[in-house]
Design a protein around this ligand. Structure first.
Ligand code: DON
Length: 307
């Protein structure tokens, strides 16, 4: 049996020492202040054992990783009707791109690019006040991680509210096509805030367990989604979770994964583990540079690629 604790610690030490860290996101001013030296890795196995390396209890901005959980919630509300509002094909374009919307009736390619996640947020919001929708998302995160301390970083949300002109453009463009039902400001307010949820690698890996175990959290016994839905969410993570870097991530890591511009990645090794990694420096596609390299090491050493 490989010693996962040792492997995780060794990878964390190697990553901490590397000089090539990528660049932290600057288009959200609050994220530009984050120290690029941070690194963390947490792996929760089938039995619930958590192997950790680095700053595994330091909270960071989960950003687009929240889109996995909002997709899960929206599928719970709308079922397959969700796919009338958003596609499930990789875009091959950057996360904040607008180009495909014009030719595709304002329907975003998938739920993980910004346009798609805004449409998904609009589905969760339907018929509620923004505060209620945000409460629901936060409660869901706390329930999944079994941790009532998870919260939103209001400074990060406010920072993006002030500067999120591209997202405002995407939302207005979709609204013009009738893809969004709620007032644009309401939908964006909820979107910016769920992206600003702060979690540690330990909390994130725990929250992702249902995806590794057929939709059921083995710790609590709670069934979160059906096995079929868990499989499908994993499929979209694999094909779309890293935007125009999704092919490269599948090639190198071989696991479903979802990145965030805060430098986190949630990766799922089906039937084996839920994994979270964090290193704030990003590559050209806006995905964690060392996070991806660390996951590549981990899957190589443990033979965990799904391929
Ligand atoms: O909407 C945005 O631009 C951010 N709140 C989230 C983008 C993001 O995390 C891209 N992922 N790597």
């Amino acid at each position: 049996m490989p010693d996962i604790d040792l492997i995780v610690r060794e990878i964390a030490e190697e990553m901490r020492a590397r000089p090539d860290r990528g660049d932290v996101a600057t288009y959200i001013p609050e994220l530009a202040r984050v120290d690029p030296a941070g690194f963390a890795l947490a792996v929760v196995d089938v039995d619930g054992h958590v192997a950790v390396g680095g700053d595994a209890d330091v909270a960071f901005s989960i950003q687009s990783i929240s889109k996995v959980f909002t997709l899960t919630l929206a599928l719970g509300k709308a079922g397959n009707r969700l796919w009338e509002r958003v596609g499930r094909e990789p875009s091959g374009s950057p996360f904040n791109s607008i180009v495909q919307l014009e030719n595709e009736r304002g329907i975003p390619r998938n739920p993980f690019i910004n346009a798609g996640a805004i449409a998904v947020t609009d589905v969760i919001l339907s018929g509620h006040q923004p505060k209620e929708a945000l409460g629901e998302i936060l409660r869901f995160m706390r329930f999944l991680a079994d941790d009532p301390t998870i919260s939103m970083d209001d400074a990060v949300a406010a920072s993006e509210q002030r500067t999120g002109f591209r997202n405002r453009a995407l939302a207005n463009y979709m609204k013009a096509f009738g893809v969004l039902e709620n007032p644009v400001d309401y939908t964006l307010g909820v979107y910016f805030h769920h992206c600003a949820i702060a979690m540690s690698c330990r909390q994130l890996a725990l929250a992702g367990r249902f995806l590794a175990h057929g939709g059921r959290n083995p710790a609590t016994g709670h069934s979160v989604v059906s096995p079929e839905r868990a499989r499908r969410i994993n499929a979209i993570m694999m094909t779309c979770g890293h935007y125009d870097g999704s092919g490269e991530f599948a090639y190198r890591v071989g696991l479903p994964g979802k990145s965030g511009v805060g430098g986190g990645i949630l990766a799922i090794a089906p039937r084996k583990a839920s994994i979270a990694v964090w290193s704030p420096g990003l590559d050209a596609s806006g995905n964690s540079h060392l996070g991806r390299i660390a996951l590549e090491r981990l899957t190589q050493r443990l033979g965990w690629s799904v391929f």
